[in-house]
Design a protein around this ligand. Structure first.
Ligand code: MSP
Length: 538
């Protein structure tokens, strides 16, 4: 039996109502970096993303475009989402669409189960409804202007027969669950928001069906109704694994096992659904709960949230085309601490790439490879242990970085994990300055010191390259190529053994992280933002 630790990570399933922008790419990329880190470390990791395709808004958008809802979503999913994830080098194991037959069947079976167990009843819904957010709001949540508390758009009063999920049956379970699982919602401030804004004021039963539009999954028992979008959407996390389907082996492996770690990564706007209703649905199905719902921040523009109406939506494509996918991935991880809000500006984008990639890792690689070529004809000298105190200090920093990285990777502290690596790279640059290999080279009696210095540099770049490989999916292998690292040493386990690189032949290649001309590039990005161009699907 496999002893590998199991890890299941999901993004929200996005609405294919329009093309994905940099914000959607942000969430998916962060999950990708986490899961690649886990896979690299030997976990049995599974990564799911997908699209949330039902609902009134999609139906209206399709009508406005003169196509059926199915044609509408097929077009956006196949021509916008899937190619973007390919371009971003997203390594998802599956892509769930809520229009997939497998998903439809699971949702219908769950609805039937809830009806049978009296978790769902037929009632009458009256409330303030936001078409954009597809959410109803209660009187207490809406002020006198009747604007959506989430997006600020005008709300409509609506009343219609609808099925409801009995939330009150599960409130005690939920609060108890929160108490026993303090890390369930992170950052923790989000948990307090949920308790104070929704649970304490008294939770209303959740509307789980609609009759006023038909673009949704039909309720088998009452065909006038379609399943209301949140019960439909949240179910994706288990329907994709085969829950209540003939082959449920993935469900058994990644969900129905208390030892599997399950993480949902979401934006703050959908915390309520993932941390209140989703745990209740799972409890009603007698299923285990996820370990964590990690709420990340928003990537905003200078003038606020990215929105079509503001015309400040930026896509990842033009950035990838000009700077390469690794640059965009690196920017996302490093610029905004995962969990906090951040602002995209052309200045910071360019500055970040120049500071960290060109000046720090790029510079270290270039200098080190050049010196190994100059002093040793390109052959990494044999590892003879730590010859100087500076060698010992650098090696110890590298070992500590690996340990810290693992703990941070486990705690989903993605940004901090990579800061740790970049600090190691800075230390290696400083080590060059302090060791002064150019002085050692002039002194016959310092041959041992020089060889050791070259060795330690190569080994630290090797370690940093491996730890950065979940982000730098294209450049990390090229770093290894320049160091002459053979395939069998390109593993995470191998970097833990300091001293593997004696005698390898380095090979200077292309400049991997060229310095950007700041003014030119800032102007280029600003122009691109003024008139966002979008690449048609290849
Ligand atoms: N379909 C629902 C989610 C259902 S999950 C069972 C939905 N879709 S969405 O397309 O509107 O947004 C989904 C997610 O996209 C957000 O939760 C967030 O993770 C991400 N982002 C959307 N805009 C974003 C930014 N500007 N910045 C960062 N992430 C953003 O809600």
């Amino acid at each position: 039996m496999s002893q590998k630790k199991k890890f299941y990570i999901t993004t929200p399933i996005y609405y294919p109502s329009a093309s994905p922008h940099l914000g959607h790419a942000y969430c998916t990329t962060m999950c990708d970096v986490i899961v690649r880190g886990k896979r690299m470390r030997g976990f049995d990791a599974y990564f799911l993303t997908g699209t949330d395709e039902h609902g009134e808004k999609i139906q209206k958008n399709a009508e406005a475009s003169g196509v059926t809802p199915q044609q509408f979503v097929d077009n956006i999913v196949n021509n916008k989402f899937v190619p973007l994830w390919k371009a971003m080098k997203i390594s998802n194991d599956d892509f769930i669409r809520t229009t997939d037959e497998r998903h439809v069947q699971t949702v219908q079976k769950i609805f039937s189960e809830f009806l049978k167990n009296d978790d769902i009843y037929l009632g009458e819904y009256k409330g303030w409804y936001c078409v954009h957010e597809e959410s109803f709001w209660t009187d207490t949540q809406v002020d006198e202007n009747h604007l959506c508390p989430e997006c600020g758009r005008p709300l409509e009063q609506k009343g219609e027969p609808a099925y409801f999920f009995r939330c009150n049956k599960y409130v005690d379970f939920l609060t108890d669950f929160y108490d026993h699982n303090p890390n369930f919602i992170t950052p923790v401030a989000r948990k307090n928001e949920m308790v104070n804004n929704f649970i304490k004021p008294g939770l209303q039963d959740l509307c789980v069906s609609r009759t006023s539009f038909d673009w949704g999954i039909p309720v088998v028992e009452d065909k006038k109704h379609v399943v209301y979008v949140w019960l439909d959407a949240l179910t994706n996390y288990i329907s994709a694994l085969g829950y209540l389907q003939s082959d449920d082996s993935k469900f058994q492996n990644y969900w129905n096992d208390e030892d599997a770690e399950i993480v949902h990564v979401i934006g703050a706007d959908i915390t309520r659904f993932h941390t209140i209703y989703w745990p209740m649905f799972l409890k009603a199905l007698n299923l285990r709960e996820p370990n964590r719902v990690f709420v990340h921040g928003l990537l905003m523009m200078k003038d606020g949230k990215m929105s079509k109406s503001k015309g400040n939506v930026i896509s990842a494509y033009p950035l990838i085309e000009r700077y390469g996918v690794d640059a965009v991935r690196y920017y996302m991880v490093s610029e905004v601490t995962f969990g906090q809000n951040g602002t995209f500006t052309p200045e910071q984008f360019v500055e970040r790439l120049n500071q960290d990639l060109a000046n720090n890792i790029g510079n270290l690689l270039n200098r080190s490879v050049s010196m190994i070529e100059k002093y040793y004809g390109g052959v990494i000298p044999a590892y003879e242990g730590e010859v100087t105190p500076l060698d010992a200090e650098l090696k110890s920093a590298a070992e500590k970085a690996i340990v810290a990285y693992e703990a941070l990777n486990d705690d989903l502290k993605v940004t901090e994990a990579y800061q740790e690596v970049m600090e190691l790279v800075s230390k290696a640059n400083k080590y060059i300055q302090d060791s002064e290999p150019w002085t050692l080279a002039k002194d016959e009696s310092k041959k041992k010191e020089l060889a050791s210095c070259m060795y330690h540099l190569a080994n630290v770049i090797y370690i940093a390259g491996m730890l950065l490989s979940p982000i730098l999916v294209e450049k990390a292998p090229k770093i290894f190529d320049q160091l002459g690292i053979p395939e069998e040493l390109r593993t995470y386990e191998a970097i833990k053994n300091f001293g593997n690189l004696s005698g390898l032949k380095v090979q200077k290649g292309e400049q991997l992280f060229p310095r950007l001309k700041a003014e030119e590039e800032i102007a280029y990005i600003a122009e691109m933002m003024a008139g966002p161009k979008e690449k048609a699907a290849a």
